[in-house]
Design a protein. Structure first.
Length: 145
């Protein structure tokens, strides 16, 4: 956690200044579906106490928020479902002062689904679309690095 930071940067010309959150005082993490709701409650409490919270919630955390989705819960990777650092505040920065954004590389993504399984799922979605079961689909998959 000591090297953790969060940068919100609007890279557009004339965009808002970047916000750099450094050296979190603590963190709130959910690594399983059962930890998501308590983590969100802890996050609300920290913000109510005046802390700044910056982080992310993964798509798969949604399985904790909608009971009807629970039976479809997928195999989770090593990445937490939710991570927020807690901060006293932030520093306004020009993102360009932080270096070349193209140099930020965490590694090659590893899909959590086999190629043949993905194509089989795509065929099934196509069949449902042609049958009129639904008119739009978003067929995605998680990756680890």
């Amino acid at each position: 956690m000591t090297n953790s930071f969060i940068l919100f940067d609007d890279a557009r010309d004339g965009g808002a200044p970047g916000r750099l959150y450094e050296a979190p005082l603590g963190e709130i993490v959910a690594r399983s579906v059962g930890e998501v709701r308590p983590a969100l409650a802890a996050l609300r409490e920290a913000v109510a106490q005046g802390r700044h919270a910056a982080g992310w919630v993964s798509y798969d955390a949604g399985y904790a928020l909608e009971d009807r989705l629970r039976p479809m819960e997928r195999r989770l990777g090593a990445t937490p479902l939710l991570w927020f650092g807690l901060f006293d505040g932030f520093r306004t920065v020009d993102g360009r002062e932080l270096g070349d954004a193209a140099a930020a590389w965490i590694g090659k993504p590893r899909p959590r689904v086999e190629r043949d399984d993905y194509f089989a799922a795509a065929r099934q979605v196509k069949e449902h679309l042609h049958a009129g079961d639904f008119y739009q689909a978003n067929l995605t998959f998680g990756c680890d690095v």
